[in-house]
Design a binder for this molecule. Structure first.
Ligand code: TXA
Ligand code: MG
Length: 340
């Protein structure tokens, strides 16, 4: 076993935190069966205690140790997309800690697709032995409400000495958090999307042989599980951020400059700086690269010392839904101080 993985396993076994790379964003991992370790996650993030955590598993075979009454459709999705950026919300086994589920009777499960995360999960499982549950509870490795970390340096900038070990797996390939699909809604006609992600609702519907998936909006009358990502403000820079349509960008820039504001801009269609701004980034036109770069860009724009970040809105098609979701939440939570 690689020496760093061995050190990570030893820390996790001792109830400590380890930041691990995944294909989506970096996770702040702890032994999901150890309440003291799980409490450390909440303390390090400054996250409210009732927000549930995703449990990361080494493989799909571990699913039934954590969930019960697993529907066939959930197994089909696990077979199609794991390891990968998909989280399944399922009825929990009774032993799953309330601290992990936020006291709900469901648990979020995912097998991440990153060689270091998988090596860590496999070695952690081996070290625990066959009779013990081996899962890693891991939220995104950022302070609560802030921009998720997509590199080891981002994790250190977010959490510093709060995390004793950061496994460096390079920049995250996908760049935004996993798609979350909820199987716990008994009155919903299909499983429903709680958080859009790289794996689109259409791709999931195709695997399940249905025409479309239920969404949060369609089931608004049904009691919703608590999803931290569903707090309207999230993924947020300190600098105020506003979304502006491409055809309104020039006007918005002029108005802001006239008001004496220093600007940082994330454009898409407008390729050249049209006015004196502190920073002008042109985002990728394809959704994969845009998502991959998104959080790193937001960090750079946030560090530009501007008074306002203007972001040109992406297209409104299904494949851009997850990116648009993150941008809208970033806009909503932007401009706030940390310790509120
Ligand atoms: O890609 C990802 O999912 C990353 C990487 C590290 O795996 N993790 C991540 O974790 O984004 P976090 O905690 O930042 O977001 C997980 C979301 C939260 O919104 C949480 O409320 C929701 O999953 N969640 C977890 N368990 C749940 C449950 N039982 N019911 C409903 N939502 C749940
Ligand atoms: Mg998060």
């Amino acid at each position: 076993m690689n020496a760093e993985i061995a050190r990570a396993v030893a820390l996790l076994r001792a109830g400590e935190l380890v930041a691990m790379p995944t294909e989506t964003v970096y996770g702040l991992a702890a032994d999901a069966a150890n309440p003291v370790a799980v409490a450390r996650i909440f303390a390090a993030k400054g996250r409210p205690a009732d927000h549930p955590l995703i449990v990361h598993l080494a493989d799909a075979q571990a699913l039934d140790a954590w969930a019960q009454d697993v529907p066939l459709a959930a197994r089909q999705l696990a077979a199609a997309f794991w390891p990968g950026p998909l989280t399944l919300i399922l009825k929990r086994q009774p032993h799953v800690l309330d601290a992990v589920t936020g006291g709900q009777d469901t648990v979020g499960l995912r097998v991440p697709n990153h060689p270091l995360a998988l090596a860590l999960l496999h070695e952690f499982s081996k070290a625990k032995g066959a009779t013990q549950l081996a899962g890693l509870a891991a939220p995104s490795a950022n302070r609560y409400g802030r921009i998720s970390a997509t590199s080891a340096d981002d994790v250190r900038a977010e959490l510093g000495a709060r995390v004793p070990l950061v496994l460096d797996g390079g920049p995250c390939e996908v760049g935004i958090e996993s798609t979350i699909i909820d199987f716990s809604c008994v009155t919903c006609p299909t499983p429903r999307v709680l958080r859009p992600g790289f794996i689109t609702a259409n791709a999931i519907a195709r695997v399940l042989g249905v025409t479309a998936l239920a969404s949060k909006a369609e089931s608004a009358d049904i009691a919703m599980p608590r999803v931290a990502g569903s707090d309207t403000a999230h993924y947020a820079p300190h600098t105020p951020l506003r979304l502006v349509a491409g055809h309104q960008l020039a006007g918005a820039i002029n108005d802001a400059l006239a008001a004496g504001l220093r600007l940082a801009v994330l454009a898409r269609s407008v390729k050249t700086m049209t006015a004196p701004c502190l920073a002008w980034h042109v985002a990728a036109s394809d959704v994969g690269t845009y998502a991959h770069d998104l959080y790193a860009r937001l960090r750079v724009l946030d560090a530009a010392d501007a008074d306002l970040i203007l972001v040109e809105t992406p297209p409104t098609t299904d494949e851009w839904l997850a990116v648009t979701d993150r941008l809208q939440r970033a806009a909503c939570g932007s401009g706030e101080n940390d310790e509120t």
